[in-house]
Design a protein around this ligand. Structure first.
Ligand code: SF4
Ligand code: SF4
Ligand code: F3S
Length: 269
């Protein structure tokens, strides 16, 4: 997929922790250096940029002007709507204005992470800044949502590679998520599922059932209602990493609107 005309990418950061970029930095297929030096042209990214201040903003505007209708816009972080959006500004402009400006001439818009996909952590009750996801603002073109806190970098990279290879976005579900990554609930592919089916549960952290790798449902696992491929793709490199439930922590549904950071733990009875 490497080509002489690398597709330009503008990557914005708003209300977020940069964990999604950190997740991306750990990808190995392709590694970030290959991605940004051979596959795409990363024309604006506040974390990875060598430039700063006016120089960085000028690079963003120059890329957008030179690549109208051709660049991919990636958004990391939620957008605060309350009080005219004053709670997040970059270069003197609100996140609200910036996302509208940058999306206007984008060929595709990708919201990486739960913050950008549906508000995520910044939108936790009482949501003091009125944080929302990108698709509540950009309505005139599809927004691909790659939720997760952070998501697997491969769900993002696979979406980008699909777009570069086929010239179109992958098939999306009703929430704008690529079906290849968010088509199944976690509970379907969890390695602890045989324990669930057999009625073997950890009752509290550190008890014998927990140490034996029993199902974490009674510790609050949201795997039965969360759509994501965490147990099959894992984190920290494909095939050799782990995932929350694999390390003994229940899934908190970080990728799922209305569950992650929102829904109380179910009754442990
Ligand atoms: Fe950080 Fe999570 Fe938001 Fe990504 S989705 S920027 S990891 S808080
Ligand atoms: Fe399902 Fe969670 Fe139990 Fe895994 S640990 S089987 S996802 S309830
Ligand atoms: Fe998040 Fe659950 Fe996956 S907490 S990282 S959706 S296992």
């Amino acid at each position: 997929i490497a080509s002489s005309t690398r597709p330009p990418v503008i990557w914005l950061h708003f209300q977020e922790c940069t964990g999604c970029t950190e997740s991306m930095l750990r990808a190995e297929h392709p590694a970030l250096d290959k991605l940004i030096l051979e596959i795409i042209s990363l024309d604006y990214h506040e974390t990875l940029f060598a430039g700063a201040g006016h120089q960085a903003e000028a690079a963003r505007k120059a890329s957008m002007a030179a690549n109208k209708g051709k660049y991919v816009l990636v958004v990391e972080g939620a957008i605060p709507m309350k009080d005219g959006g004053i709670y997040c500004k970059v270069g003197g402009h609100t996140a609200l204005d910036l996302v509208k400006e940058c999306a206007a001439d984008a060929a595709a818009v990708i919201a990486i992470g739960s913050c950008a996909a549906w508000g995520g952590m910044p939108s936790s009750a009482p949501n003091p800044t009125g944080a929302v996801g990108v698709d509540e603002i950009i309505k005139d073109k599809p927004v691909v949502n790659i939720p997760g806190c952070p998501p697997s970098p491969y769900n993002f990279l696979s979406t980008v590679v699909h777009y570069l290879t086929f010239g179109k976005l992958p098939e999306l579900d009703g929430k704008g998520r690529p079906k290849f990554a968010y088509g199944r609930i976690i509970h379907e592919n969890c390695e602890r599922r045989p324990h669930f089916d057999a009625g073997r549960f950890a009752q509290e952290f550190g008890d014998e059932g927990h140490r034996l790798g029993y199902c974490l449902y009674k510790l609050g696992c949201k795997g039965p209602e969360t759509f994501a491929n965490c147990p099959s793709i894992l984190f920290n490199d494909i095939g050799s990493g782990s995932w929350p439930v694999g390390t003994g922590h229940p899934c908190i549904g970080c990728s799922e609107k209305g569950i992650g950071f929102t829904k109380p733990i179910h009754s442990l009875a």
